[in-house]
Design a protein around this ligand. Structure first.
Ligand code: HSE
Length: 398
């Protein structure tokens, strides 16, 4: 019997407890291990639940309990999750987490601590909800030089963008629905302003490139400024707007990491990933292009990934040699605004004025509205040439 503790009884934490209970026999059959949730940390009162006697408000009840060997952290946020994870690892307990904010900010340090203390720090649920993507990246693709990752990494914004397109839904109401479904962050600005996707692309890039990429160093743009006109006009030009996180290695070895709403051709696989689903493309030099797809948020999907980490932590006993990255701070991030590409944009310039500046711009019309698409230009140059007349500019995926 392996005794575990769960920190936080919110959407994810309660999902973990319920899944361990529901699939108890299945898990035992596959892993040979019987799990018991001995303690649950939460400041709220859950004494009315059947498992009410396992709740504690005091972390030391868990830390000092030698029978508890694996801790699932599902509290979210950095503090006190960071302090608890650190103490647990130093006390020789494995920690698994769904907390992308924690991993993106403190991953290198916690991985190092886990290694020093010969325990595991695992975080499959921190990216892509229930989609296996962290393990494939460090295990199944370990023979590759991974040079490009691009994906829809936030379920809430993908749900909102999908409903805005298919149901002409109102932005605010759709966000509220995403919150009710348990998709959105406690502070949904983390979703709509791109910070959640940024943390996730930083975790993937850190794993792929072996060096900690901090979210505050990454260009991040959310979906707040996207209007139904943009969705309509992009559609008329053959594209869908998706919030993409991307990370690429340039030829000189610099890293190009960003999060931005992007126009993706309707023919591309990523454009056809709808609702709360996430899709992550990873390119390796040997394997070529791969795509990971599934539910990117929600109680059971996220619990699926946390519980599989619990099983792995209990089975491996501290022996997870490949999950690691360093914190060398010696990498260079390229200035994405100087990179040439193709852009969709709207402006309040007259058509004549616009074409005198950009003779090659292609006009897009729908429902009496106009937008433009232009190639071989950097965002910097586009901004410099349109100045205060630029209403919105979005990159095309290539
Ligand atoms: N708020 C996140 C999302 C939850 O919508 O993707 C899963 O990380």
């Amino acid at each position: 019997m392996v005794q575990i503790a769960v920190l936080g009884y919110g959407v994810v934490g309660s999902g973990v407890v319920e899944l361990l209970q529901k699939n108890r026999e299945e898990i035992k059959k596959k892993s040979g291990i019987c799990f018991s949730v001995k303690r649950i940390l939460d400041l709220r009162d859950f004494s009315h639940l059947p498992c009410g006697d396992r709740f504690t408000k005091d972390f030391s009840d868990i830390l000092e309990d030698e029978e508890i060997t694996v801790i699932a952290e599902a509290m979210g946020g950095i503090s006190p999750a960071y302090e608890f994870a650190k103490k647990a690892l130093m006390a020789g307990k494995s920690v698994v987490t769904s907390n992308k904010e924690l991993v993106a900010a403190k991953g290198a340090e916690l991985l190092h601590l886990a290694r020093e203390n010969q325990v595991n720090f695992l975080f499959e649920a921190s990216v892509g909800g229930g989609i296996p993507v962290i393990h494939p990246l460090y295990q199944c693709l370990s023979a590759n030089r991974v040079d490009r990752i691009a994906g829809i990494l936030n379920g809430t914004t993908n749900y909102i963008l999908t409903k805005m397109e298919t149901e002409k839904a109102d932005y605010g109401e759709t966000l509220k629905r995403a919150q009710e479904l348990g998709y959105a962050e406690r502070d949904p600005s983390a979703d709509v302003d791109g910070h959640d996707a940024c943390r996730k692309i930083c975790i993937l890039a850190s794993l792929a490139f072996g060096n900690h990429i901090y979210p505050e160093t990454v260009y991040t743009e959310g979906i707040r400024d996207i209007t139904s006109d943009d969705i309509l006009l992009a559609g008329a030009a053959g594209y869908r707007i998706k919030l993409l996180g991307s990370a690429a290695l340039t030829e000189s070895g610099d890293m190009d990491v960003s999060v931005r709403p992007t126009l993706v051709s309707k023919a591309h696989l990523l454009a056809n990933i709808s609702d709360v689903f996430n899709g992550i493309m990873i390119h390796g030099d040997a394997v070529g292009e791969t795509l990971f797809y599934g539910r990117g948020a929600g109680k059971e999907a996220t619990a699926s990934a946390v519980v599989s980490d619990i099983i792995e932590a209990a089975s491996r006993n501290g022996n997870c040699p490949f999950v690691y990255w360093e914190d060398r701070k010696d990498h260079r991030l390229v200035d994405g605004s100087a990179q040439k590409g193709s852009f969709y944009f709207r402006t309040d310039l007259s058509e004549d004025a616009l074409l005198s500046v950009f003779p090659d711009a292609k006009k897009v019309c729908a429902d009496g509205k106009t937008a433009w698409i232009i190639s071989s230009i950097s965002e910097k140059e586009l901004r410099e040439k349109t100045k205060e007349h630029l209403l919105i500019s979005l990159k095309l995926f290539s």
